[in-house]
Design a protein around this ligand. Structure first.
Ligand SMILES: [Zn+2]
Length: 198
């Protein structure tokens, strides 16, 4: 009997250490909330037979996969319930919030990448990193980092950005953005920007 107790206690101790370490690791992982723009009943911009929501969702899924090893993630499709999305991001305790979109313009030649953040918010540095990573990786025109008052930027607590990765209305970019390479590169750039945050 005595021997059993002697063996059981160290084993239990080791088990509890193991579980505590795992819980700590999960808790200490960076939490990233990914919001593919539009979706559900809202396709977003439509052009060149493409829907913005489809492109955004594909990039979001790839980004989610890339972050799995290092971050705790949550992916929530935009739809029209943006307030609900923001509430979910806040209760999730997101460290970073990223909303993925592609742009559209009546001017077909409009092209390039831009990233929005909220003036006075905490997302400016994160926005700069996302923008430069995307431009570098995709090699498209740098439209710069811009101030925006989108609901997803105003109502989220975490440093938040809204990226517009190319123009669905541009003949060249609309072809590029359906390619797996573009989607993979975009996701990789965003993952690198997230991982570079301190
Ligand atoms: Zn959009």
């Amino acid at each position: 009997m005595k021997k059993t107790i002697c063996v059981t206690i160290p084993v239990l101790f080791l088990f509890s250490l193991f579980f505590a370490a795992n819980i700590y690791a999960a808790e200490s992982k960076t939490k990233v909330f990914i919001n593919p723009g539009h979706g559900l009943e809202d396709p977003g911009a439509v052009g060149n037979r493409l829907k913005e929501s489809d492109i955004a969702e594909k990039i979001a899924k790839r980004l989610d996969e890339k972050l799995q090893q290092y971050c705790t993630t949550r992916v929530c499709i935009g739809g029209s319930k943006l307030s609900q999305i923001c509430k979910e991001a806040n209760s999730f305790g997101a460290d970073y919030f990223i909303s993925i979109h592609v742009n559209s313009s009546r001017i077909q030649s409009a092209n390039g990448i831009e990233t929005y953040y909220l003036r006075g918010g905490s997302g400016k540095a994160f926005a700069k990193d996302c923008q430069s990573a995307l431009v570098k990786k995709l090699g498209r025109f740098d439209r710069g980092v811009k101030v925006g008052r989108f609901a997803v930027l105003r109502k989220t607590y975490a440093p938040a950005v809204l990226v517009e990765i190319g123009f669905i209305s541009n003949p060249t970019e609309s072809v590029l953005m359906v390619s797996e390479k573009w989607q993979e590169d975009a996701a990789e750039a965003l993952a690198a920007a997230i991982m570079s945050q301190k």
